[in-house]
Design a protein around this ligand. Structure first.
Ligand SMILES: [Zn+2]
Length: 443
């Protein structure tokens, strides 16, 4: 029996002998995918379990070296959990394949056992890294009565109801079945961490104890794989008046262990349709944080045209430096609004027709380079952007301006003195290529 003592370092090489990878990494989750030059993708460690759920809203971009190269040699450092066969932490290190500069990608904390297999299975083949499936998110500033009626409606559908909550006196989390009338009295903020409206019994979850010793822990992504509707803990939004934002998530599709999109049961699919219809007819319209949007499109283009250092053209990072500094002095709301507008503008250009035009301009266009070229539409003013939309200019498809994508995260990181990888905002629309499913429909 091996007793782990020292950190083991392992270089990552694919079964076919490739050892240079592009890296997509979700920093705060410790989940990622690496792709060889021959476009073969691999999940890092146990990322497969989480990757598809985490990439539905936002698909991470490739890591880049300061020298602009995107391919790295990879080493994983396996830190042992003393006296056991397990690992406590695995660190992901990269070396630029061009300039040899070292880069720390991140680390994965291992809180389960056995974990020895992660040394042999450092990466596992992934046929299709980018899979989208249909999810539904309904949110709004609902009134208590509306919410109580929603519970009554779901009770008619014979759903099992469970409340996951924090027990103040016991100082830990519980997960318990709850009757509809009881639930109707416990819907205010603070009375639950989440409510599950489930098609099947979930009693087994009440035994599921978290590693922190604070009772039951339920994964917030549970609704993606199981047949249930997830009502998240409501958010209190403080403004001129106090409002409470509720959110429900559910989906009729899921990704199976082979990485294929599957339908949930017919009964559950029918239920999701009925719930969607009910929400549309009975719940107050979504009036989310958008109303508080503090910069608009015109201001967005204005900032880019006037604040950036265009004398430094050619050095994208230098061009954007004053813009990052400017945003770092604003509230988080302004930084996030900048991000939202950027994502919306890029999303609108993410169409099959534009991709065709780009390909005509440069046959080598990939999903990534198409995104980086769309970025060029943002840096020459609003009029230029409109011309791109109406196909009046095409020169952008021969250029790239990827650096602008990182402006919100860099400004936020500068403001809070944190790592840009922990940037917390997820935009409503994703700017990644093929996110705009309507724009990619074959006509
Ligand atoms: Zn480099």
């Amino acid at each position: 029996m091996r007793r782990n003592q020292v950190t083991i370092q392992k270089q990552i090489v694919t079964p076919s002998g490739e050892d240079e990878f592009a890296i997509r990494w979700i920093g705060d989750e410790g989940v990622g995918i690496v792709t060889t030059r021959s476009e073969q993708s691999y999940f890092v460690l146990d990322s497969k379990e989480f990757w598809y759920d985490l990439t539905q809203k936002r698909y991470p971009s490739r890591k880049k070296c300061a020298c602009k190269n995107e391919y790295f040699k990879l080493w994983f450092d396996y830190v042992p959990r003393a006296g056991t066969e397990d690992f406590r932490e695995i660190r992901i290190n990269a070396e630029c394949s061009t300039c040899c500069k070292l880069k720390k990608i991140g680390h994965v904390e291992i809180d389960y056992s056995p974990s020895a297999q992660l040394l042999e299975q450092a990466i596992s083949y992934c046929k299709e890294p980018r899979i989208k499936y249909k999810t539904h998110s309904v949110e709004g500033f609902w009134q208590m009565q509306e919410l109580q009626e929603l519970v009554a409606f779901l009770a008619e559908k014979q759903l099992y109801m469970y409340r996951w909550y924090w027990g103040e006196t016991e100082d830990k989390r519980f997960f318990e079945r709850i009757s509809p009338p009881e639930l109707q009295h416990k819907l205010s903020p603070g009375s639950y961490l989440a409510v599950c409206f489930s098609a099947e019994p979930m009693d087994a979850f009440s035994e599921n104890s978290a590693a922190d010793g604070k009772g039951v822990y339920i994964d917030r992504n549970l609704w993606r794989s199981r047949e249930l509707i997830w009502l998240d803990s409501p958010m209190v939004i403080l403004g001129k008046t106090k409002r409470i934002l509720y959110q429900m998530d559910f989906c009729s599709e899921y990704i199976d262990t082979d990485g294929k999109v599957q339908q949930k049961s017919e009964a559950f699919c029918r239920l999701t349709e009925e719930v969607l219809r009910y929400c549309k007819e009975h719940l107050s319209e979504k009036k989310a944080a958008k109303a508080e949007k503090c910069i608009d499109r015109a201001r967005f283009f204005d900032l880019i045209m006037t604040v950036c250092d265009w004398d430094a053209s050619g050095n994208d990072d230098k061009v954007l430096k004053p813009l990052i500094a400017h945003l770092a002095n604003q509230s988080d709301e302004v930084i996030f609004a900048f991000d939202e507008i950027m994502a919306e503008l890029l999303y609108a250009l993410d169409t099959r027709q534009n991709f065709k035009i780009a390909r005509k301009f440069d046959r080598k266009h990939s999903d990534d380079s198409f995104l980086y070229s769309r970025c060029v539409a943002l840096i020459n003013g609003e009029e230029y952007y409109q011309k791109v939309r109406s196909f009046a200019v095409v020169d952008l498809w021969g250029m790239e301006f990827e650096a602008i994508l990182y402006v919100p995260a860099l400004a936020w990181a500068k403001k809070h003195k944190k790592d840009p990888d922990s940037y917390p905002h997820v935009t409503a629309k994703s700017y990644e290529t093929k996110s705009n499913t309507a724009g990619w429909k074959r006509s």
